[in-house]
Design a protein around this ligand. Structure first.
Ligand code: UDX
Length: 427
């Protein structure tokens, strides 16, 4: 196997996972970040990101001498054969991706790269960024490729090590082959293509997933009106191999650090290209509507929101993560608060002293506390442990007897036996 010297720029969620996994594949990886404190912590294998298996992998990489952490791009790139750009590309003005971090990293590395180096965009960037990076590098002896990641939070290490596919795009075939060779040991289907197509794959995949979820949420709404059960409908649909069983779970709307950002960015990209992407706009609109539908469902279940005390179960945008970015739970909390409800929230991954949760909710460290005197409990994140809570004890602590389960997570019979009335989505 080929052992390569790899630099990873950015020790965030994608960069750190990529660095640790590439080291575990046998490559020599130097991972750079601008945050000195973070680098200091990572050198001691202290990982602040909640990601199963990542801390262990970082520790193993350091111990094996294959994984190093440095401050600043200039200390990582001079020896590298491949440089991965894994810096943030947040949503900028009007929904387009903000590329300032990419541009700054490229400016810093341009005169330091060894000839033949391949600079790889791993961050989700607009179509045309590979070309732009090549211009910014302003060198004819280095290459640029796009290698989108498809890592889900909460299973990023697993997703990296067992990918459905590897996508590498470059207008220089040889550069794409060199990047894909880094992953040879994974034995995954590998698709090589031009840079623009590879850049579009990530957006296209994430927007398709968002569309699938908006479709399911809209179908759930229809099921409620028609007396059908969305779980039966999606199960029946999902056996069609062209559809598949996964990503068909209705909920409070999709969120997180990727889908909202990528749907808005692709809409921008399409608009700039003179293409009115109505289906994507409808996907976003349906998601906006979903939070409003959930609010009315809760209001109806408790007989109006003003002055009602609600215990929220879950704040993270999905189970298995402590990430609150674009969390539908927080959005719904804000709306409930605006309607006059009083909110106490419990999430197994979010401590009471968490920062970033606004004044909208009081966060507590135990679920019983969230249930105390509540008119209703509202499940917003699909943490599996919520299924086996002591529902009779929770019912005893509440003043109302209502549970709104926006994730269709709980066993209705258990709730009924505990004397609770449950309201799911699409059933
Ligand atoms: C997503 C993509 O899945 C991943 O490939 C990409 O690289 C980054 O974006 P992530 O943001 O970690 O990953 O979350 P994901 O598991 O895709 O969930 C996104 C949102 O959809 C969450 O809010 C989740 O709760 C919701 N969801 C997901 C549902 O409501 N129902 C489902 O069936 C699946």
């Amino acid at each position: 196997m080929f052992v390569r010297r790899v630099a990873v720029v950015g020790a965030g969620y994608v960069g750190l996972t990529s660095a640790a996994c590439l080291a575990s594949l046998g490559h020599h990886v130097v991972c750079a970040d601008i945050d000195e404190k973070k680098v200091e912590q990572l050198r001691k294998a202290e990982v602040q990101i909640f990601e199963p298996g990542l801390t262990e992998l970082v520790g193993e990489g350091i111990a094996a001498g294959r994984l190093e952490f440095v401050v600043g791009v200039r200390n990582a790139v001079p020896d590298a054969e491949v440089v991965f750009l894994c810096v943030p590309t947040p949503m900028g003005e009007g929904g387009a991706a903000d590329l300032r971090a990419v541009e700054a990293a490229v400016a810093e590395m341009k005169d330091l790269l060894a000839p033949e180096t391949v600079v790889v965009n791993k961050s989700t960037v607009p179509v045309g960024t590979a070309k732009r990076v090549l211009e910014l590098l302003d060198r004819d002896d280095v290459f640029v490729a796009s290698n989108p990641e498809f890592l889900r939070e909460g299973s990023a290490v697993k997703d990296f090590m067992h990918p459905d596919r590897i996508v590498v795009g470059s207008d220089a075939q040889n550069a794409a082959e060199r990047v894909s060779a880094l992953y040879a040991r994974l034995g995954a289907p590998t698709v090589l293509m031009d840079a623009a197509s590879a850049e579009l794959v990530k957006y296209s995949a994430n927007c398709f997933l968002a569309m699938k979820l908006s479709y399911v949420n809209a179908m759930a709404e229809l099921c409620e009106r028609l007396g059908a059960d969305i779980a039966n409908v999606t199960e029946g649909m999902g056996f069609d191999q062209r559809i598949g069983q996964s990503f068909l779970q209705p909920g409070p709307g999709w969120g997180g650090s990727c889908l909202p950002k990528d749907t808005h960015a692709l809409l921008q990209i399409a608009e700039a290209a003179g293409h009115e992407f109505e289906l994507l706009q409808a996907t976003i609109n349906t998601n906006e509507k979903q939070s409003r539908l959930i609010i009315s469902k809760i209001a109806q279940a408790v007989g109006g929101l003003r002055g009602k005390k609600l215990g929220l179960l879950g704040l993270a945008f999905k189970a298995g993560t402590n990430d609150l970015r674009d969390s539908p739970a927080l959005k719904i909390a804000k709306m409930l608060k605006a309607e006059g409800a009083e909110l106490v929230a419990y999430d197994p991954a979010i401590p009471a002293e968490v920062e970033g949760v606004t004044d909208d909710v009081t966060v507590v460290d135990d679920v019983q506390h969230a249930a105390k005197d509540a008119n209703a409990l509202v499940v917003l994140t699909e943490w599996p442990q919520f299924r086996s809570l002591d529902w009779a004890a929770l019912a005893g602590a509440m003043t109302g007897q209502v549970v709104v389960d926006t994730r269709n997570l709980l066993d209705g019979d258990i709730l009924t036996r505990a004397g609770l009335t449950s309201h799911g989505v699409g059933r």
